[in-house]
Design a binder for this molecule. Sequence first.
Ligand code: KG4
Ligand code: ZN
Length: 362
Amino acid sequence: MIALGIESSCDETAVALVGSDRRILAHSVLSQTTDHQPYGGVVPEIAARSHLTHLAPLIESTLKQANLSLDQVGLVAATAGPGLIGGLIVGLTMAKAIALGKNKPFIAVNHLEAHALTVRLTDNVSFPYLLLLVSGGHCQLILVTAVGKYTCLATTLDDALGEAFDKVAKMLGLGFPGGPAVEKAAMKSHIRLHKNQPVHHFNLPRPMVGRVELNFSFSGLKTAVYQQASALAPAGSHLPESVIEDLASAFQQAAIDCVIDRVKRALLLLGYRNIRPTALVAAGGVAANQALRQALSGLAYHHDVNFIVPPVRLCTDNAAMIAWAGLELYETGRRDDMLVVPRPRWPLDPNFSLNYADATDI
Ligand code: KG4
Ligand code: ZN
């Protein structure tokens, strides 16, 4: 069966056609980065209007790419949340219209579930696995036990990891989107370090490191970057490029240290509970970060667990993951009707509460 996937929850309009044999037949992502750049972040109304303009032609061109017609599509899947309401309405209404007009099954997909299941599309990973979901809006550790069965072990108490990258990039004048810009700046600092050229050292905090509680926190780290940057560049003045790069590198390293400490603790907790994950999996936009991937890979090696991360184009928002989640849900018997409404908030594990994250039994 071939699924048509539609993603419009944030600032990417994406359409994909994926087969149940795990083949991605076509895959289009239209980023709105330049539309939002002047504002330094995603403007919901601009995003919704842009989805409305671009979605229909993108569906047409994606079908053309795969040399398929809508009649050959077996099911239609669209993101129904969590995300920005305007964009969700656009994608969901389009998917419903196609499903209704062509008499195809329709599946309303949770965007986080789609990120969580991507490694089953790319690497056919079997359950259970430990998922680190790190994106612009989310920072969670989730035990994925089956399609539809997600146990949240940790979340962020304040900023999501991608949000912290974006805000630090803004503070340092590195632009939007921040994650790739911080990574690029940090890389330049690394190159200087390896060439034995001068590098500024910054002492930044590692919030939550060593804590029994599994949760993440990044706002203290972000504030520390702000304080150190302001101390070096009083109002109105600019930081030298090399200082910006070194501060970006120090932030990235501190953030990675925090993540590694939390993931390590989650692996220990699962071991204590006699749960042996088949893999440690990373997903979401921040999983595109090469330094984070390397650190996670090292951690997994030490814990004798496979580390699996989808290719970068499938880590950041895309519709192949929506189509694939649609297929997996369809297999479990899920069918949605035309009454489905978008859900700006849609937790993967509704039973999760911050108290539950107290991993005090290890
Ligand atoms: O999953 P995603 O595409 O959209 C959301 O659902 O949020 O993630 C976007 C986030 C942004 O915060 C972006 O700055 C971050 O992922 N990101 C990165 C990198 N590439 C994207 N963060 C760090 N390093 C990167 N290379
Ligand atoms: Zn996402």
